[in-house]
Design a protein around this ligand. Structure first.
Ligand SMILES: C[S@@+](CC[C@H](N)C(=O)[O-])C[C@H]1O[C@@H](n2cnc3c(N)ncnc32)[C@H](O)[C@@H]1O
Length: 214
């Protein structure tokens, strides 16, 4: 799977902007609004650092974890900043760190052991620490499924393919949504681990969650 992201790292952000008509930036802003400033943030599946503009200035140290060296190379090129520490690892590997905030945007679907990552996050976070999650969840209704299939088949996959040259990567994204959990199931699972939901917003299959560790 690592290769999918290496293949598209150069054009990843451009494609996101085009396929969402720029709305991705609004969603990212929503994810980080009203989150208190703190010392340490860990971003898992950090990719090319698309969330860093919203995180810089709010934390003293930001660890950006991702196994794709090409995605991290792009991140480092864009944000050569002493606050930002790239970590080339999978989210399933435990980092001996304590954090005030953990961010995972469009990452959970790619983890080969979601439960393990959730356990890691629970151990990283200080009590009262924030977990911020944004993702495209498994459709919860036939209408959502129809919209998603149409959007990917006629727009997202052809455009992603055209711009990056990798059809497989965008087909993989599509499949990963269907092997993910629904938004409601995700909230249920995470609350069982001792998190309280502070904010939950969803539109079709997209979901934004802000949770706090009890
Ligand atoms: C769709 S991108 C999301 C990037 C970024 N978070 C964003 O909001 O645009 C998914 C990222 O997950 C990373 N990834 C894949 N498997 C992973 C794993 N096991 N642990 C951590 N990151 C992983 C990929 O390398 C890729 O950069």
């Amino acid at each position: 799977m690592k290769d999918f992201f290496n293949d598209i790292s150069e054009k990843y952000d451009l494609v996101n902007d085009i396929i969402t008509f720029g709305l991705i930036r609004v969603f990212r802003r929503m994810l980080f609004s009203d989150v208190p400033k703190a010392k340490v943030c860990i971003e898992l599946a950090a990719g090319t650092g698309s969330n860093l503009p919203y995180l810089l200035g709010n934390y003293e140290t930001i660890y950006c974890v991702d196994p794709s060296d090409q995605m991290l190379a792009k991140l480092t090129k864009k944000f050569n900043h002493e606050v930002v520490i790239p970590v080339c690892k999978q989210a399933e590997e435990f980092l001996n760190l304590k954090a005030d905030c953990v961010v995972v945007s469009f990452g959970f679907r790619n983890f080969y052991d979601r439960q393990k990552v959730l356990e890691n996050i629970t151990r990283y976070l200080e009590p009262g620490g924030y977990l911020l999650v944004m993702d495209v969840f498994k459709p919860k209704s036939i209408i959502d499924e129809f919209f998603l299939k149409t959007f990917f088949s006629f727009f997202c996959i052809p455009l992603g393919w055209l711009i990056t040259g990798s059809r497989e990567s965008y087909e993989y994204f599509f499949q990963s949504i269907f092997s993910f959990v629904t938004y409601n199931k995700f909230i249920e699972d995470i609350e069982k681990l001792g998190f309280k939901t502070l904010y939950a917003w969803s539109f079709l299959s997209l979901g934004i969650l802000k949770l706090v560790k009890k």
